[in-house]
Design a protein around this ligand. Structure first.
Ligand SMILES: [Fe+2]
Length: 163
């Protein structure tokens, strides 16, 4: 990597990795959730994720960036931890509350990486790309807020009595 554009491409590779893993794992997670509001939130985000990948494709084309997928072990580790959590927690109220924490680790990663990518794109004068990335960043904030709300309004409370 020799310049800021290379760093932007590096961020994009990490973002492809997290979005691809979301596409792979979300259907399995959605299937395991029995709480309708949480299930709907994830179904909605899965749809958004498909659009987010299309934006990354458009950006890669614009940048003539080779979007060969790379694995980022820190990112796949977050998904592995979530899988392990899902296998180990049997009580459904505890599962729902804890799953939100697992999902938010991933959301926070995305918010951080998209935020950095927007910043790099603006610095490089790539305003169309910056606005596509900002659109996705806003969706990630939206998902994170929705998850926080579900946890705070009732899912954490429901898990209290399970001890
Ligand atoms: Fe995403």
């Amino acid at each position: 990597m020799e310049n800021l554009k290379d760093l932007l491409c590096h961020q994009l590779k990490a973002l492809y990795c997290v979005e691809d893993l979301t596409i792979n794992y979300f259907p399995l997670i959605i299937e395991k959730i029995d709480e309708p509001k949480l299930k709907n939130a994830l179904k909605f985000h899965l749809k958004e994720t498909r659009a987010q990948i299309s934006r990354l494709d458009a950006i890669s084309k614009d940048l003539k960036f080779n979007n060969n997928r790379a694995e980022f072990t820190a990112i796949s580790g977050l998904f592995d931890q979530m899988k392990e959590f899902m296998i180990n927690v049997k009580n459904s109220n505890v599962f729902n509350a804890g799953l939100i924490a697992e999902l938010q680790r991933i959301e926070h990663f995305e918010i951080c990486a998209y935020g950095t990518a927007v910043c790099y794109a603006k610095e490089l004068g790539l305003y169309r790309i910056a606005s596509l990335l900002q659109e996705t960043l806003n969706e990630e904030y939206g998902t994170n807020d929705k998850l926080s709300l579900l946890a705070k309004v009732f899912l954490n409370y429901r898990a209290v009595e399970q001890v």
